[in-house]
Write a new protein. Structure first.
Length: 402
C-alpha cells in the first residue's frame, strides 16, 4: 500500500471511529431515560443500568456503522478535495479507483464486524436486555413494597410491612377499585399476614401469593357485598416464581446460524418461515451494503474548483435513512408472506449497487463537475433567495415604521 493510500486510510479510520462513538452516544441518550425509570427503585441501580447499556451496545453499533462509514468517507474525500490534494493526486496519474481502495479495506473490515454484531451479538444482547429488565422490574416492586410505602399499579394500591424470612413480605394491605365497562362498581380491601411477590412480564402487574388473609367487597353505596377469609390466594392471577423464558421468543433473538437452520421452520415452530428468512436476508444484506457504500461516498465527497460542493453529507444521510426504511418495509412484507423473503431485500440492494456503479463510473472516467454540484448550487441559491427575501421584508417594515 502506497503512502497516499495509507494517508487516506488513517484519515478515514479516525473519522469513522469518531462518528461511531458519537452516533452510539446520541442513540443511547433517548434509551437512557427509560433505563433510569426502570432502575429507579432497583436494589442495585448502577449495576443494573450498566448491564442494560452493555447489552444495548450491539444494537446501536449495528445502526451506527453504515452511517459512520458513509459520512466518514465523504468527510475524508471532501477535506482531501478542499486542500487541493485530490487535484494533485489526479494530476500525478493516480486514479479515483486507486484512491478508493483504502475505503474498501475499511468496508470489508466493517462488513465482517457487522456479520458478528448483527448475527450473534445483537440477538444475545437483545435477550439479555429483556432478561435484565424482567429481573429489575421484580426487584423494583419488591424494593418499593419493602420500603413501607404505598405503591399503585393499575387499579390497585399495595402496602407491605417489614421484611420476613425467606424473602416474604408482610403484613399486606391491598386497596382495589372494581370496575365494569369502564365505570367503578365498588371496592375490594384485602389483608394478609404475608405474601410472595412476582411480577408479570407482559402487563408489569405484581402478583402476590397471599397467606392467611381476608377480603371484603364494598359497593358504591357502602354496602358490604362480600366477606371471606382464606388460607392461600393469589392477587392479580395465580403465578409461580419460574425463571425467565429461554432465548428465541422471536426471530430477533435468534443468531444467524439458528435462523439458517430454521429456514423451513422445523427447529423453532413459534416463528414463521417468512419472518425467519426475511430477517436472515436482511442481516446478510446489511453486510453487503457496506461494500457498496464507498462507491457512493467517494463521488459524494468530490469537490473541484473554487466553488466546492457541500451537499454530500446531507444527501448521504437522506439516502441512507431512506434505504434503511425501504429495507425494513421489504422485511415486513416478507415476514407477513406478502412477497418472498428475498424479494423485499435484494432488489433494493441491486438498485443501490447499480446507482453506485453509475455515479462512481461517471466520476472516475468522465472528468467534469462532481455529481452533487448542481444540488449544492440549488441549496445555495435557495438559501440566498430566502436571505434576500428576509432582508427586503425587513427594509420594507423599517421604511413603513419610519
Amino acid at each position: 500500500m502506497g503512502l497516499l493510500n495509507k494517508y487516506l486510510l488513517r484519515k478515514a479510520t479516525i473519522s469513522i471511529t469518531g462518528l461511531i462513538i458519537f452516533a452510539i452516544c446520541v442513540l443511547l441518550l433517548e434509551r437512557l431515560l427509560r433505563i433510569f425509570q426502570i432502575v429507579s427503585n432497583s436494589v442495585n441501580p448502577a449495576q443494573d443500568a450498566s448491564t442494560m447499556i452493555v447489552n444495548l451496545l450491539p444494537y446501536y453499533l449495528g445502526m451506527a456503522v453504515p452511517m459512520a462509514l458513509l459520512l466518514g468517507v465523504i468527510i475524508t474525500i471532501d477535506r482531501f478535495s478542499r486542500s487541493s490534494e485530490l487535484t494533485s493526486a489526479l494530476g500525478a496519474g493516480v486514479s479515483l479507483f486507486h484512491m478508493t481502495k483504502p475505503f474498501l479495506i475499511l468496508a470489508v473490515l466493517l462488513a465482517g464486524i457487522t456479520v458478528i454484531v448483527e448475527g450473534y451479538m445483537q440477538p444475545v444482547g437483545r435477550y439479555e436486555y429483556r432478561h435484565a429488565v424482567h429481573k429489575v422490574k421484580q426487584q423494583s416492586f419488591t424494593a418499593a413494597l419493602r420500603e413501607g410505602t404505598f405503591t399503585s399499579v393499575g387499579n390497585r394500591t399495595f402496602f407491605a410491612g417489614t421484611d420476613k424470612p425467606a424473602g416474604a413480605i408482610g403484613p399486606i394491605f391491598i386497596y382495589e377499585r372494581l370496575t365494569k365497562s369502564g365505570e367503578q362498581t365498588g371496592l375490594r380491601i384485602t389483608t394478609a399476614s404475608e405474601g410472595q411477590l412476582i411480577v408479570r412480564e407482559e402487563s408489569n402487574e405484581p402478583v402476590l401469593q397471599l397467606t392467611g388473609g381476608r377480603a371484603s367487597e364494598i359497593s358504591n353505596t357502602l354496602t358490604l357485598t362480600g366477606d371471606f377469609s382464606f388460607e392461600g390466594a393469589a392477587m392479580a392471577g395465580a403465578a409461580s416464581a419460574e425463571p425467565f423464558r429461554v432465548r428465541g421468543d422471536d426471530e430477533r433473538e435468534m443468531t444467524s446460524a439458528e435462523l439458517f437452520q430454521n429456514r423451513s421452520g422445523a427447529v423453532n415452530t413459534n416463528i414463521t418461515t417468512g419472518a425467519n428468512n426475511s430477517t436472515l436476508h436482511l442481516r446478510i444484506a446489511k453486510s453487503v451494503l457496506l461494500l457498496i457504500l464507498p462507491f457512493i461516498a467517494v463521488p459524494f465527497g468530490l469537490n473541484y474548483g473554487r466553488n466546492p460542493s457541500s451537499a454530500g453529507i446531507f444527501i448521504g444521510i437522506v439516502l441512507l435513512v431512506s434505504l434503511q426504511k425501504a429495507l425494513e418495509f421489504g422485511q415486513n412484507l416478507g415476514a407477513k408472506g406478502s412477497i418472498p423473503p428475498w424479494a423485499g431485500i435484494w432488489p433494493t440492494i441491486a438498485v443501490v449497487a447499480l446507482f453506485a456503479f453509475y455515479i462512481f463510473r461517471k466520476s472516475a472516467y468522465k472528468m467534469g463537475q462532481p455529481p452533487l454540484t448542481s444540488v449544492s448550487h440549488l441549496m445555495r441559491d435557495t438559501g440566498n433567495w430566502i436571505k434576500d427575501g428576509f432582508i427586503d421584508m425587513r427594509q420594507k417594515l423599517f421604511q413603513r415604521s419610519a
